[in-house]
Design a protein around this ligand. Sequence first.
Ligand SMILES: N[C@@H](CCC(=O)N[C@@H](CS)C(=O)NCC(=O)O)C(=O)O
Length: 254
Amino acid sequence: MSVSGHKRDVSKVIELFYDATPNGRKALIMLEECGLAYNLNWIEIAKGDQHHPDYLEISPNGKIPAIIDPDGPGGKRVTVFETGAILLYLAEKTGKFLSADPVERIDAIKWLFWQTSSMGPFVGQAVHFINYARDRGIDDTYAVDRYTAEAEGLYDVLEEHLEGRDYMAGDYSIADIATFPWVRVAKGHGIDITQYDNIRNWSARISERPSTRVKPTIPEKDASFERIDGSDEESWKNLFDKKPKSAAQTAKTT
Ligand SMILES: N[C@@H](CCC(=O)N[C@@H](CS)C(=O)NCC(=O)O)C(=O)O
């Protein structure tokens, strides 16, 4: 893990704390779209980097992504975790991908919150029970059915909303940037995207953007890993076992 970035206050370069997951991609795509200089710090969640006390100072909930902007408001250093907050922060910093028009603006914020508080958590659970749990021999049909049904409902909502629209809220915005990386991996949460014409067209439109094609690599690792492998004992423990959440709790157990 590299968390040295948060000590480099002299730099104007944003430090991104990242792993190759849909949530990680939201922040990466936004930084690319905004044309902001950033330094990518890999937080390998299967290895448990997210629980490191240095990282918990940046992201107290022990999740990726997070950013540090050494040149925040008033030139002050700012750390931001939670993708909704990161996208809003960068949109406000750059004046990009969030309309100044109050009606269009709240529309984008509304759909951003829909993604981060409804879609993300539910499809995330579908991913867990369809893939990770099954890889461990846990076949929980009730959980799979429940979260797949929730995922389908969420896709129905998005499909209806996109009728007659190119993007989720006026022009391409942080709502699309939050939602696209999850739709890109729809199969992993039990969704057949071919059944949703509007979502498929919207997704194809966004896939054309160069920002969505950026794929950071870890040199010593298979460059193309897209789904974090959580099947071995160590990764499962780091990702899913009950673990201390706060920095203080972590300190007590290490
Ligand atoms: N609500 C958070 C979710 C972030 C999240 O769940 N990140 C996952 C990767 S996609 C993570 O860090 N998992 C590691 C863990 O739970 O230990 C956000 O939108 O930023």
